[in-house]
Ligand binder design. Structure first.
Ligand code: V47
Ligand code: SF4
Length: 395
């Protein structure tokens, strides 16, 4: 086991009766209430959360740790919204610093991966009028015509709400059109913090929390899957985080359509909230663990390493995380502009070794969590150069 055992937590005489009762609930598989969640955020020590979240993670997945091979396409970094945490958008007034790709430009990027073993393209970017329903339906159709097996994970309710409103069509009709055009799943972005009192201050006029949830619900009703995120560590408090998790858990009870929960740590470079300090690594790990414990109906919790860094991503595997995204190939700017990895790219070998070196089992998955390959014992060409102490001659 990778963290102190749950048995030790259950017997720990130094814990308050409330924390002991919450630990017992988790061990017995009883769902946490919002009050329990708040108690964990406010009082639970890191070791306690790690032991319990790791217990839940290992109950669900053992040591299996999933990753995928993907690349991103960001059609534009110009956006008509004004989210105060966003370091990425060049906004309308700085439009000359931005890029606005055409359909051909995007297809050229997709074609660059023709001979590569990627399984997913993740498409998300700014919101501009020319990127509308006809643009995206044609894009999805062209990608599918070119490479049918490539999974298209694209756009969030932020874009969908805007383009459907512009096209004067309902969410239901819009999502049906996207499905018919070839959209395979929806990423988890744009969720930020659902509570209006926070969202109104940071989310620059984009869709509300309610609208975000409704678009996912409709997508799930079409038999499709999506992800969920939470942007934490800015002006929200623990109550807002629990409210957010509670809304995700309630929708998941209804539809079962979410695959993974991805906490996103607020990064403070080059945005309007740069005066705020970033959360500590301890807070990041506590937040992963509480997400794992609260969202009992989510199969997976994912760490997005370009944002959190490789070392914290490795540590997160002992705090409830079972999934790492992804090889990425230096194709996203969202986090490098905000203070994350400057050139996010990892080879499959890097990712596999990162997972193996903390004692876990690397499993390549497709976007819908179908197992593609177990990398536990797979060797790499470079292994010949260094095989660790087991290869030293015995004297
Ligand atoms: O919605 C923007 C966040 C999200 C900052 O579903 C920031 O598989 C921190 O959702 N600091 C987009 N976060 C990324 C996203 C995502 C990433 C990887 C995988 C998946 C998936 C989804 O990035 C935005 C916003 O919440 N973000 N700026 C910032 N300064
Ligand atoms: Fe636009 Fe998204 Fe940035 Fe908000 S976070 S300003 S919606 S690109």
């Amino acid at each position: 086991m990778h963290t102190p055992s749950v048995a030790m937590v259950l017997r720990d005489p130094t814990l308050s009766p409330h924390l002991r009762a919450a630990a017992r609930k988790i061990y017995d598989g009883v769902r946490l209430t919002p009050a329990d969640g708040l108690l964990l955020y406010e009082e639970a020590p890191l070791g306690y959360l790690g032991a319990l979240a790791n217990y839940v993670r290992e109950q669900k997945h053992g040591d299996r740790t999933y990753f995928n091979r993907n690349f991103h396409v960001e059609p534009t970094n110009v956006c008509l919204y004004t989210c105060s945490f966003c370091s990425y958008s060049r906004r309308m007034k700085k439009r000359e610093d931005g890029w606005e790709y055409s359909l051909e430009d995007i297809m050229d990027i997709v074609k660059k991966y023709d001979d590569t073993l990627v399984t997913e393209v993740h498409i998300v970017g700014g919101v501009l009028p020319q990127y509308d329903v006809p643009f995206y339906t044609e894009l999805f159709q062209r990608i599918k015509a070119h490479r049918p097996e490539l999974h298209i994970k694209a756009l969030t309710p932020v874009e969908y709400h805007y383009i459907f409103k512009k096209a004067k069509i309902s969410y239901e009709e819009g999502m049906r059109l996207m499905k018919e055009a070839g959209l395979d799943s929806m990423p988890g972005g744009g969720a930020e913090i659902f509570a209006d009192e926070i969202r109104d201050q940071i989310a620059g006029g984009k869709c509300s929390g309610e609208q975000w949830l409704r678009i996912h619900e409709i997508w799930h009703e079409l038999g499709m899957r999506s992800n969920a995120t939470m942007l934490y560590g800015h002006i929200e408090n623990y109550g807002h985080r629990i409210d957010h998790l509670e809304k995700l858990r309630a929708l998941q009870d209804k539809t079962g359509g979410f695959q993974t929960y991805i906490p996103l740590k607020f990064r403070n470079e080059n945005n309007e909230l740069s005066h705020l300090p970033e959360t500590t690594v301890v807070e990041d790990l506590r937040n992963y663990a509480i997400g794992r414990l609260y969202l009992d109906n989510f199969d997976h919790v994912k760490a997005y390493w370009p944002m959190i860094g490789r070392t914290t991503a490795q540590l997160s595997l002992a705090f409830g995380v079972d999934d790492l995204d992804g090889t990425i190939d230096d194709t996203t700017r969202i986090y490098s502009m905000a203070g994350g990895e400057q050139h996010p790219a990892m080879s499959t070998e890097d990712l596999v070794k990162m997972i193996r070196s903390v004692g876990r089992q690397p499993i390549e998955r497709d976007t819908l969590y179908g197992v593609l390959k177990d990398f536990t014992d797979v060797g790499f060409a470079s292994d010949k150069e260094y095989r660790g102490y087991t290869a030293l001659p015995v004297v």
